[in-house]
Design a protein around this ligand. Structure first.
Ligand SMILES: Nc1ncnc2c1ncn2[C@@H]1O[C@H](COP(=O)(O)OP(=O)(O)OP(=O)(O)O)[C@@H](O)[C@H]1O
Ligand SMILES: [Mg+2]
Length: 228
């Protein structure tokens, strides 16, 4: 089953009197349980594509179906629900909440989902442990290294047990050792929970981990070679 289906997706940004065509007719299918990477030069449309899949931004034209639901047919509330319940998003700059500690940052989406306190605590504790931050649970983001912050962002994206995790350059700010550990963690989640992962990267080390690589250039996906 395709968990993501994109047809003829166009995204244009108005810029002064002109428009910037960030995506110019993208077709993409992602099967449930895939672990795939989108690569392409700076400005090719990677972030735009992930943002549209993650309902952070919306298409100018074309169709985007996530988890069997065509996004343009959904109401605002349904989009919010989809984003909260089915999608985990790992932002390149982490977007952690500075006044909350590690544990609270990870638990936060569960409170938005109105999970009971006990259930939220239990699940957040599990994730804190899985990303190896137990001793740092009471630290605030400012007291963490880049790799530790990235692990918080990953735990927060995974805590709701989303069907899809979208990660924009998940290792961009990390040294190669930390980056490899993050990728191992993501791959374990993919194997354990069958979570679908779509991430963008420039990093050749990341590409080694991907089971499928999709190239994007000037807002268009290059045709994939037929599977061997
Ligand atoms: N909010 C915006 N307003 C105007 N143009 C934008 C906006 N966001 C992105 N763009 C343009 O859309 C194109 C695609 O940008 P995008 O951020 O998706 O590229 P990218 O592949 O993620 O690049 P990078 O590797 O540098 O992160 C670029 O030409 C960019 O300038
Ligand atoms: Mg980008």
């Amino acid at each position: 089953m395709n968990i993501i289906e994109i047809r003829e997706l166009k995204k244009e940004y108005p810029l002064g009197n002109t428009i910037v065509p960030a995506l110019r007719g993208v077709d993409l299918e992602v099967e449930e349980g895939e672990f795939m990477s989108i690569i392409g030069p700076s400005g090719s449309g990677k972030t735009t594509l992930l943002n549209v899949i993650g309902c952070i931004d919306f298409a100018t034209a074309g169709s985007v179906t996530v988890g069997g639901r065509e996004i343009t047919t959904l109401s605002d509330t349904q989009v919010t629900d989809l984003r909260l319940n089915k999608i985990g998003f790992i932002f390149q700059n982490f977007n952690l909440i500075p006044v909350l500690d590690v544990f609270e940052n990870i638990e936060f989406p569960l409170l938005l989902m109105k999970k009971s306190g006990a259930e939220a605590r239990k699940r957040a504790e599990k994730l804190v442990e899985e990303v190896g931050l137990k001793e740092f649970a009471a630290h605030r983001p400012a007291e963490l290294s880049g790799g530790q912050r990235q692990r918080v962002a990953i735990a927060r994206a995974l805590v709701t047990n989303p069907e899809i995790v979208l990660a924009d350059e998940p290792t961009a700010n990390l040294d190669s050792v930390t980056g490899a550990a993050i990728l191992e963690l993501m791959r374990r989640m993919n194997e354990l929970e069958k979570t679908t992962f779509v991430f963008s990267t420039h990093d050749a080390n990341v590409l080694k981990y991907a089971r499928r690589i999709v190239k994007i250039k000037d807002g268009l996906i290059e045709k994939e070679p037929a599977a061997a």
